[in-house]
Design a protein around this ligand. Structure first.
Ligand SMILES: *Cc1c(COP(=O)(O)O)cnc(C)c1O
Length: 370
């Protein structure tokens, strides 16, 4: 294959645009590699030490402290680190929070909110869809058009739909307790936490590796128990146990603590927001400037800064596109299996240089095949 697209220089990691498990900062991986063998000079690997012991205690403390600082968490909010990524919370949220009226309002703006809503309909009296984007979403209906139920126990939304590339421009202005799935844009910008009763995220997109879910919850809203349900389903039980009802995923906790440290070092949420915007704008500019060779139809106000799906005018070029991209060191650009096309994920850790190289490749591929 002949191409003038940038080839990764020897020793450079491949650029990884996968939607999750996602790219991690090299310095985080280097630290993890060393600590797997010898954690801070203890002679023991970080995956092999007690989660309750003195060596691991600073990790537990740092996790809580740094996250509280980054998000300016009010003291009545608890942070839970739970097994299982994001999906368990599609069930645990209605079980724990739809207690008073057993009703909740759902905004369906794409793939993940659809899944969350489906699960809620199995578990509570009524999970109403108060607003729905089209089946190929390009925006979210404005808050003024949401048909809110005054008796709903919460209003649920997905801040960033990673399959569809649709992101809320900011916290919806609704005077109701909000629940947000922030899996795909967690810690990528400042968040108005007090407007939410609960925020959850799987860690594998912006906060490290798979198997871990983080929950930020207003403790005043939690039932102490859910009679007839397993204890691991009860958020309050995790609060009481300091997220250690059983052995936690210590390696995922450790990587999350390294990621929080990295985020603070990079300047915190405002600085990341700036950088994330610049990365996304650069890519959208290339797509929009391609005269229809590449397309993203999401309306500008709702375009995701994290996940940029796009199609090629000639879909028959896609296999060649992925092949040449990979040869140029640009990997995992395939769109979600339900959507096809291409998608570039640009989470916090995605370097500006990766986006620069992707943009150069897109231009160059179009020059040769447009
Ligand atoms: C990826 C994703 C999920 C699913 O995450 P799992 O950890 O695999 O359950 C849920 N919600 C959103 C918004 C996502 O992007």
């Amino acid at each position: 294959m002949t191409t003038s697209a940038p080839i990764p220089p020897p020793g450079r990691r491949a650029w990884n645009f996968g939607p999750g498990p996602a790219y991690l900062p090299t310095e985080v991986l280097e630290r993890l590699s060393a600590d797997l063998l010898d954690y801070r000079g203890s002679g023991l690997g970080v995956a092999e030490i007690s989660h309750r012991g003195p060596l691991f205690a600073p990790v537990v403390e740092a996790l809580e402290e740094r996250l509280r600082r980054l998000l300016a968490l009010p003291s009545n909010y608890a942070v839970l680190w739970m097994h299982g990524g994001a999906t368990p919370h599609f069930s645990l949220v209605p079980l724990n929070l739809a207690r008073r009226h057993r009703r909740a309002d759902y905004v369906v703006s794409g793939h993940w909110s659809e899944r969350a809503h489906e699960e809620a309909t199995r578990l509570i009296e009524e999970a109403r869809i108060v607003a729905r984007s089209s089946s190929s979403p390009t925006s979210v209906p404005p808050v003024s058009a949401w048909a809110l139920d005054p008796d709903a126990d919460y209003v649920y939304y997905t801040d960033n739909e990673s399959v569809d590339g649709v992101e809320f421009p900011g916290t919806p202005r609704v005077e109701r307790p909000l629940v947000a799935d922030m899996t795909a844009n967690f810690l990528s910008r400042p968040v108005e936490v007090p407007r939410h009763v609960l925020i959850f995220a799987g860690a594998q997109k912006n906060l490290g590796i798979t198997g871990l879910g983080v929950v930020i919850v207003n403790c005043d809203a939690l039932p102490e128990d859910l009679p007839g349900h397993p204890r691991p389903d009860v958020y309050a039980a995790h609060v009481a146990a300091g997220s250690m009802l059983n052995t936690p995923n210590t390696v995922a906790w450790y990587v999350a603590s390294l990621m929080l440290e990295w985020i603070e070092k990079e300047g915190g949420l405002k600085a990341l927001d700036e950088r994330n915007r610049r990365k996304a704008e650069r890519l959208y500019a290339v797509l929009d400037g391609s005269g229809g060779f590449y397309r993203n139809d999401v309306s500008p106000a709702y375009r995701s800064r994290m996940n940029v799906p796009f199609t090629l005018a000639d879909p028959a070029l896609l296999p060649l596109f992925f092949r040449e991209a990979a040869a140029a060191g640009l990997h995992q650009l395939e769109g979600h299996r339900s959507r096809g096309g291409a998608r570039a994920s640009l989470y916090n850790a995605q370097p500006v240089e990766a986006v620069r190289d992707l943009c150069a490749f897109l231009d160059e591929f179009q020059r040769r095949h447009g």
